[in-house]
Write a protein that binds this ligand. Structure first.
Ligand code: ADP
Ligand code: ADP
Length: 208
């Protein structure tokens, strides 16, 4: 089962990808998580992309495509995968079609004002990518990861200016992918507004 998760930043793609990954035992591949891990580890790639992520702009297609191509060639992706945050442009989608198939693209739909609420309350555990929300899914202890007890952080791109830019970038560069996958008969909308359990129930219904 080769899945693509589409939708604006903050729609809940990562949260659902984590659950779908556990349920179907297929890897959750988040290009954002891969970039952030490289920034944290101060790798060459991390140094190249840090300013781009902080501003909420897109990493160049060529670099991102190579990274995903390499990741999908690993054994654990042979029986299926969830691409969360990739493709984000038409050239990325065309490139993906050249080295893999897509069985379904799930489009997580959420209005802008909800996107802003979700992003401004998001907290993450940098080590694992586990995601919380100060109001909607708070950790057991404020500011601490449930599993490790380590500190949670606010992503630099979840500051107001970067959020606004990311929404613009999404509309210009990523939204055209809705028509792209729809024309190929692969798109299914998911209403991302309800609570996570309800969103997950919709996803399971689509995938089963
Ligand atoms: P994305 O990967 O699409 O950017 P996330 O999964 O990181 O989105 O979710 C963004 C924020 O919204 C996080 O703080 C997350 O805890 C919260 N969230 C995710 N799904 C829901 C939901 N269904 N209802 C309320 N809050 C949610
Ligand atoms: P969110 O789910 O909140 O939109 P992600 O974690 O998916 O954020 O992505 C964070 C950032 O990583 C993006 O704003 C962008 O700078 C970079 N990025 C992630 N995926 C891609 C991609 N497919 N193409 C280009 N840049 C990407």
């Amino acid at each position: 089962m080769n899945l693509v998760f589409l939708g604006p930043p903050g729609a809940g793609k990562g949260t659902m990808a984590t659950r779908v990954s556990e349920h179907f035992k297929i890897p959750h591949i988040s290009t954002g998580d891969i970039f952030r891990a490289n920034i944290k580890g101060q790798t060459e790639l991390g140094k190249k992309v840090k300013a781009i992520l902080d501003a909420g702009d897109l990493v160049p297609d060529e670099l991102t495509v190579e990274l995903v191509k390499d990741r999908l060639s690993k054994d654990d992706a042979a029986a299926g995968f969830i691409l969360d945050g990739f493709p984000r442009t038409i050239p990325q989608a065309d490139a993906l079609a050249g080295f893999s198939t897509v069985d379904q693209a799930l489009n997580f739909v959420l209005p802008d004002e909800e996107v802003i609420k979700r992003l401004s309350g998001r907290r993450v555990h940098p080590g694992s990518g586990r995601t919380y929300h100060v109001l909607f899914s708070p950790p057991r202890t404020e500011g601490k990861d449930d599993v490790t007890g380590e500190d949670l952080v606010i992503r630099p791109d979840d500051q107001e200016d970067a959020i606004r830019n990311r929404l613009e970038v999404y509309k210009k560069q990523t939204q055209p992918l809705i028509a792209y996958y729809s024309e190929r008969g692969l798109l299914v909308d998911v209403d991302s507004a309800p609570a996570p359990d309800e969103v997950f129930a919709q996803v399971l219904k689509i995938l089963s």
